[in-house]
Design a protein around this ligand. Structure first.
Ligand code: AHM
Ligand code: MG
Length: 336
């Protein structure tokens, strides 16, 4: 039974039997993520104290500057998942290609692949604003005991077995779903334990917050412009409040608790949207739907999109269901 103050470890064990496939493998996997989260949290929290900040000099697969903590978080998550031999493949936003694990070991019976954005919103670290880790878990589609292939990663979001995020904020939280609702755990840093603090998280049906980088306004599709003007009109419960942290996990987390909508549409710099379908949109969409919310690319359910590339981008509109419906209606009218 879900009860507040339960530790994440206890919760994982207690809920293991509700997984579709109960071999304990998924529990071990989530436990590894829990451990990596604590290690990364420790490093993120001391970022202001040590000279670890600034670009590492490398660029990631999308040609963007990497911060040092991006590199660190990427290494830690990959290490934790690889060393414990519980997954057969990993794809990371910070790596050009996927990583096959023990691919030539016929005894490797692991069936899960993990896709991860190790430190999302990392440009916020320099200014002491919260960042996050996003993860997404699928069952491989090719036979166990064989090397994973691209097809194992390019699955529709609706095939996800689990997804979640860690928010390194004023408190550090791990929020995840295995398809049975969304639960949030807060880290007690004094003893290094996550406690269930937010059981059964749900989006309010509607809200009064819209989160979008309005600096890109003139390049947005007409339907998005119309929706933003609608948010600003003085009518009924409007104008809405504009809140944009620029850290997807943080904006999503606030909107889920208070009611709101997050939008990253096409813009001049990002003609297909900025966010990555596999590392950002799909896991957040799975969480949103499990929390009674909605996630769309403006025209269709995000989790129905068939990925064709690992680092594919997509427009992303996510949050309280009535607000996402409104955006889709505005886009539909503008496109007629
Ligand atoms: P990143 O993966 O390079 O950190 O980019 C993703 C982040 C999201 O967390 C955030 O919502 C968005 O980019 C902010 O982008 P912008 O600065 O263009 O508004
Ligand atoms: Mg990211």
């Amino acid at each position: 039974m879900t009860q507040k103050n339960q530790t994440l470890g206890e919760f994982i064990i207690e809920n293991q039997s509700s997984f579709k496939y109960t071999s304990g493998e998924l529990s071990r996997l989530i436990n590894s993520i829990r451990l990596a989260a604590k290690v990364v949290n420790y490093e993120v929290n001391k970022a202001g104290l040590v000279d670890i900040l600034g670009a590492a000099g490398d660029t990631n697969a999308q040609g963007e500057n990497q911060q040092k903590l991006d590199v660190y978080a990427n290494e830690k998550f990959i290490q934790m998942l690889t060393n414990r031999n519980i997954v057969c493949g990993i794809a990371s936003e910070e790596e050009d290609d996927f990583i096959a694990i023990n691919s030539y070991d016929k005894n490797n019976q692991n069936k899960y692949v993990v896709l991860i954005d190790p430190l999302d919103g990392s440009s916020n670290i320099d200014v002491n604003v919260s960042v996050g880790t996003i993860f997404s878990i699928y069952r491989r589609v090719t036979p166990v005991g064989t090397p994973v292939v691209l097809e194992d990663f390019l699955q529709k979001g609706k095939e996800q077995v689990a997804a979640g995020y860690i928010i390194y904020g004023t408190s550090t939280m791990l929020v995840y779903t295995t398809g049975h609702g969304v639960n949030g755990f807060t880290l007690n840093p004094a003893i290094g334990t996550f406690y269930l603090s937010h059981p059964n998280m749900t989006f309010p049906k509607s809200g009064k917050i819209y989160s979008v980088n309005e600096g890109n306004y003139i390049h947005f599709p007409q339907g998005i412009k119309d929706y933003i003007k609608y948010c600003q009109q003085e009518e009924d419960d409007r104008p809405y409040t504009s809140r944009y942290i620029g850290s997807l996990v943080s904006d999503f987390h606030r909107n889920m608790i208070k009611g709101g909508i997050y939008l990253y549409p096409q813009s001049a710099s990002y003609p297909s949207g900025k966010l990555r379908l596999l590392y950002e949109c799909n896991p957040m969409a799975f969480l949103a739907e499990q929390a009674n919310g909605k996630a769309s690319d403006g025209f269709q359910r995000i989790m129905e999109v068939q990925p064709t590339r690992l680092h594919q981008r997509s427009p992303f509109i996510c949050g309280s269901p009535m607000m996402v419906d409104d955006v889709e209606a505005f886009l539909c009218v503008a496109n007629k």
